[in-house]
Design a protein around this ligand. Structure first.
Ligand code: ADP
Ligand code: MG
Length: 256
């Protein structure tokens, strides 16, 4: 059974077909890079998987379970965006704690996120705090936990966003161009860190990028999407040495 299975997903916006029968399997522990030109439907696909939007037709299975009736919050699919979307008024530690608080505390128990606990909440809060510190250590951001996003660099914010996504141990990890706001040096460094994190955590990952060097250096397999259709899914070297389609050849043949 695949960790994630997409079956014939279709999506249109106002009569424009954006996804045309996309089918894809992500296996346990696998890192797949999804590449393709701007506007080909990559972000739309990820948003549908995360439950932030709905397909017009098709099916999504996570470890064999049909997600069609499962709300976004219950899918246990984590997503990191290009913009990171951290809460500006919360510290890094509080940002990382949010998904755990949502999962472990009831609505009325969630506030304040950190600090004076309601009666009976001490142990849950201590557990949350311990998990936040553990994840911070993995991502080497222990020293940033009391800072707000405005007091951090782009690279630091990116790590906090990764920590927040990973802390609830998702069954699938989706990343939508998570490095595109970083400068070139940081980007190369961050690639290695994400791959390392993937090796340690083993969470099946679908990683969207328009940067072919990223796809080539990070992924077990590369999926090429052109105009809403998945044209090839293969090991990086197979995509580059033996493109299955003229449009794939055109896309990977572009100067990098
Ligand atoms: P990519 O991430 O590959 O650059 P997107 O998935 O963002 O592509 O967009 C695919 C196409 O769908 C684009 O033509 C975009 O304009 C269109 N699109 C995306 N979201 C919406 C929306 N909410 N409403 C209308 N059109 C949209
Ligand atoms: Mg996009």
């Amino acid at each position: 059974m695949s960790a994630l299975s997409l079956r014939d997903l279709n999506k249109s916006f106002g009569g424009n077909a954006v996804l045309n029968g996309v089918s894809l399997d992500v296996e346990a522990g696998e890192f797949i890079a999804l590449v393709g030109p701007s506007g080909c439907g990559k972000s739309t696909l990820l948003r549908i998987l995360a439950g932030l939007d709905h397909a017009d037709s098709g099916e999504i299975f996570v470890a064999g379970k049909d997600m069609s009736a499962v709300a976004a919050a219950d899918r246990n699919i984590a997503m990191v965006f290009q913009s990171y979307a951290l809460y500006p008024h919360l510290t890094a530690g509080q940002n990382i704690a949010v998904p755990l608080a949502m999962k472990r505390l009831s609505r009325t128990q969630r506030l304040p996120l950190v600090g004076s606990a309601l009666p009976g909440q001490k142990e849950i809060r201590a557990g949350i705090s311990r998990d936040v510190r553990e994840m911070a250590t993995v991502l080497k951001i222990d020293h940033l936990l009391d800072r707000k996003p405005g007091q951090m660099s782009g690279g630091q914010r990116q790590r906090v966003a990764l920590a927040r996504a990973m802390v609830r141990r998702p069954s699938i990890f989706l990343m939508d161009e998570p490095l595109s706001n970083l400068d070139a040096n940081l980007r190369v460094h961050a690639r290695g860190e994400i791959v390392e994190l993937h090796r340690r955590a083993g969470v099946p990952t679908l990683y969207v990028t328009h940067d072919q060097a990223e796809a080539l250096s990070m992924a077990d397999r590369v999926a090429v999407m052109i105009g809403g259709s998945l044209l090839q899914l293969a090991a990086p070297e197979a995509i580059y040495n033996d493109p299955a389609h003229i449009e794939v050849a055109r896309f990977v043949g572009q100067p990098r």
